[in-house]
Design a protein around this ligand. Structure first.
Ligand code: MGD
Ligand code: MGD
Ligand code: SF4
Ligand code: MO
Length: 764
């Protein structure tokens, strides 16, 4: 671009901060918060500078690479596409369609081009062996939404700008900037909450950056959240505090929940959770007694042994205390591109347990098997074994439990291709790496995180830089591979119509699709006078049609939807282009019962599979609290999963990949400041420096994830020099929450001891 200031949204985490990037002489001169972005109001975090570092990183791959006996060699795009399509096609022909595995990583969700083209790509691959970061992440939230509200991505979002009590369990938004809660400037919004007399309560095994700002803080034993939450439900019934309020008329099975929680009194769970019975009762009373309150949980409550039940109970408590769908509580968003409504229109609300993985018989969710069983599917011989693998924007060797085993599994494949611009711990196993353009070379619209935002908002940014010559966007790579695979499957040539379809798609790209979705969505074209006439008539007709009639579906998605009537109108790609700072579409609004997608239009408060899973919690209660050291993860504001460690600015300073341990535990195992610890878990062991701190609950140790860059053969020299150790070399992959197969990333038992080399041992 020419010199000047370019406005866009930072795509690195979920917060959607507006950035102002100043360009001089074709180079980035500065990156600042965009004060005129109505949503983020100038806020950014230290990672925003990494946008420049990523863009300018000489080690970011720019041409396809092919692995040869002499090492990596660059190749032409066309040759690369031919090679990949040939090899994948051959594996599929010889071993069947399920012999190709696919893993989709987190950055896809920040990339509308990749999102729009993933579907045709997956269809062209045609395999049931699909995986993604979901099962290491938000799967319990998706399952709860599907079971309770009838749609897998319909999440209640904390209305943090209007709440008076924010109870945060198992999340650390001061470091993560929020998740399933797109909230730029969490700190500023928290300050405003406290300034209006509101209160923050944090429940976490570590006194985190968020915990330190809390008005009330409780340590909790990792993995025991479901017990705490059951005891809160117990208290609500016991003290006659249940009042679902506004949502009650659409809520069924409240009494089943009462019965389920009966055995879990605060006194019964206190020893397991480490929280006094009186404090548990008080938490329930506070939530019931504060009109505008929200109970919010994330990674710490979802990716643990009882994460499925815990996540469900968080929604249950919000409903039982009348917080669902009311301002200041947990609300549904109304994004400009309503993927929830769109999905439902095509019958894609989501599904669970329709088929089971070959080796461990784990259930699919939304067509994906748990990431914890990827290595099983590669290493276990037999019909349907994965022999070829595709990764798109993922680094599962560092991000999935038992990364070491996956590492080994990847090295034994017949063929692997990675769509990624780094040669890292995962992609080093690929035969071909296809690097997409850099993020600043593509346009940006937050399809996903606009759905989770604490205010309704929309923003589109054009590419800042013209893509380098002979480069390809992610969407171009995915479409090209899909097209060539389809051709091969069809014996080399497609029927003319299909061929033209592919060409048109490749020609158009994702942005015209965005435009169409914006125009036809809730804030889209204003049909003006016509609407005034048509609306009463259509209302009459729609009212006599059955709930699931296709015409109703169609009306839901058009400006004729009566619930969208009062929303601002006229959004399109071209007018968003004229609003470079983005547009505020207003605070979250009540949306029930229209927003429910369950068959009977009711909220299912007590889905059977959760009630059944309570058996494991009965057993846990009966077994008495264990006294193992439990391992939890953590995030840091200057890092993002596994892939920002090649930015010098972000990794400088003192070592962040440490084992945090409480002084009492350190003494017990003989660790002193300056020591290194050897941590052993189900998958293996790592060695890392210790950080002795009272911020941790006694009996708990913590290691951040995303490190472990010591592995040979990568091309990230800064990261290699700040290698750290991977927590996922310690965490076992057989440890899952059996409800849906979510990985247990928090609360696995470990052994810790002092690590001494031969030399220090002799000296001692
Ligand atoms: N123990 C433990 N494990 C965890 C977690 C934890 O808390 N504890 N957190 C989990 C969570 S929440 C998540 S989301 C996962 C993340 O898991 P993954 O998605 O598997 O891993 P990332 O570290 O995000 O790696 C992203 C990859 O995408 C590449 N990439 C970045 N941008 C682009 C792009 O625009 N296009 C393409 N094609 N590639 C790109 C990067 O080079 C990198 O290789 O990790 C999970 N793993
Ligand atoms: N800086 C930074 N920001 C990020 C990311 C990043 O890597 N770095 N990753 C992004 C991604 S992909 C995601 S999904 C989000 C995640 O966003 P968050 O969920 O907010 O992030 P975490 O830091 O993993 O927070 C989990 C918290 O749960 C606590 N915890 C662990 N075990 C338990 C338990 O058993 N019970 C309870 N109650 N708490 C427990 C941990 O101590 C931690 O404070 O962050 C996003 N933002
Ligand atoms: S919080 Fe930081 S990384 Fe996240 S969007 Fe904002 S600037 Fe980017
Ligand atoms: Mo995530």
């Amino acid at each position: 671009m020419e010199n000047g200031t370019h406005y866009r949204t930072c795509h690195l985490c979920e917060a959607m901060c507006g950035v102002a990037i100043e360009v001089k002489d074709g180079r980035i001169a500065s990156i600042k918060g965009d004060a005129n972005d109505p949503f983020s109001r100038g806020h950014i975090c230290p990672k925003a500078t990494a946008l420049q570092d990523l863009h300018e990183d000489p080690e970011r791959l720019r041409k396809p690479l092919r692995r040869t006996a002499e090492g990596w060699q660059e190749m032409e795009w066309d040759d690369a596409f031919e090679l990949v399509a040939d090899r994948l096609h051959r594996v599929r022909k010889e071993h069947g369609r399920n012999s190709i595995g696919v893993y989709l990583g987190n950055p896809n969700v920040h990339n509308h081009g990749a999102l729009i083209t993933t579907l045709p790509f997956l269809r062209a691959i045609g395999s049931q062996n699909r995986f993604s970061a979901t099962s290491n992440d938000q799967l319990p939230h998706m399952l709860a939404s599907l079971e309770m509200f009838g749609h897998q991505v319909l999440f209640p979002i904390p209305d943090i700008d209007h709440t008076d009590l924010f109870v945060c369990i198992g999340a650390n938004p001061m470091a993560s900037n929020g998740s399933l809660m797109t909230v730029p400037d969490f700190r500023g919004r928290l300050k405003a909450l406290q300034a209006r007399g509101g209160k923050l309560v944090v429940i976490d095994p570590r006194r985190t950056e968020t915990g330190k700002l809390a008005d009330e803080f409780h340590f909790i034993r990792p993995g025991s959240d479901a017990l705490l939450l059951l005891a809160m439900v117990h208290t609500l019934f016991d003290e006659d505090l249940v009042d679902a309020g506004h949502a009650e008329q659409w809520t069924k099975d409240i009494d089943l929940v009462r019965l389920a929680a009966l055995p879990f009194s605060p006194a019964a769970v206190s020893a397991h959770t480490g929280i006094a019975a009186s404090a548990i009762r008080d938490l329930a009373r506070q939530l019931a007694g504060t009109r505008k309150a929200a109970l919010y949980g994330r990674m710490g409550t979802s990716t643990q042994a009882h994460g499925g039940v815990a996540t469900w109970l968080i929604y249950v408590i919000n409903i039982l205390t009348g917080k669902l769908d009311v301002p200041g509580g947990m609300m549904f968003t109304q994004p400009a591109i309503d993927l929830v409504a769109l999905g439902a229109l095509s019958g894609q609300q989501g599904h669970f347990g329709k088929r089971f993985s070959r080796v461990r018989k784990l259930p699919e969710f939304a067509g994906e098997y748990p990431a914890s069983t990827m290595a099983d599917e590669m290493l276990t011989p037999g019909d349907g074994q994965i022999r070829a693998f595709v990764t798109v924007a993922g680094n599962p060797v560092l991000s999935s439990p038992n990364g070491g085993r996956l590492d080994q599994a990847l090295s034994g494949l017949d063929f692997m291709v990675s769509v990624d611009y780094y040669l890292n711990e995962t992609t080093r196993h690929a035969d071909v790496i296809l690097p997409p353009t850099a993020a600043l070379e593509r346009s940006h619209y937050d399809l996903i995180f606009s759905m989770f935002a604490v205010r309704n908002t929309a923003k589109f940014s054009d590419a800042l830089f013209t893509p380098e010559d002979d480069s390809r966007h992610d969407w171009q790579i995915l479409l090209e591979l899909a097209h060539r695979l389809e051709q091969r499957r069809n014996g080399g040539r497609l029927p003319l119509r299909k061929e033209l379809g592919w060409r048109a798609f490749k020609q158009l790209g994702p942005d015209p699709i965005l435009d169409l979705l914006l125009r036809s969505g809730p804030y889209g074209s204003d049909v003006g006078k016509l609407r005034g006439l048509a609306q009463p008539l259509t209302d009459l007709v729609l009212d006599i049609l059955p709930e699931r009639h296709p015409l109703r579906g169609l009306a839901r998605l058009s400006p004729l939807n009566r619930h969208w009537r009062d929303l601002p109108k006229g959004l399109s790609l071209s007018n968003l282009r004229h609003l470079p700072h983005g547009v505020d579409l207003g605070p979250l609004q009540p949306a029930l019962p229209e927003r429910l997608y369950t068959r009977d239009g009711m909220i299912n408060l007590a889905p059977r599979r959760y009630l059944q899973d309570l058996q494991r919690l009965h057993a846990l209660l009966a077994s008495g609290p264990a006294d193992n050291l439990l391992l939890i993860g953590r995030r840091h504001i200057r890092s993002n999963n596994s892939w920002l460690h090649n930015s010098r600015r972000l990794v400088k300073g003192k070592d962040r990949c440490t084992l945090m341990i409480h002084p009492k535990d350190a003494t017990r195992v003989g660790l002193q400041a300056g020591d290194c610890a050897e941590v052993t878990g189900a998958a293996g062991q790592v060695v890392l420096p210790v950080e002795i701190t009272e911020d941790l609950m006694p009996g708990v140790v913590s290691i951040p994830h995303g490190w472990g860059h010591q592995r040979e053969g990568t091309r990230q020299s800064v990261a290699s020099r700040h290698a750290g150790a991977s927590i996922n070399d310690v965490l076992g992959d057989q440890e899952i929450d059996p409800l849906a197969g979510t990985s247990v990333l928090n609360g696995q038992p470990v052994r810790v001891k002092v690590w001494r080399t031969e030399r220090t041992r002799k000296q001692a």
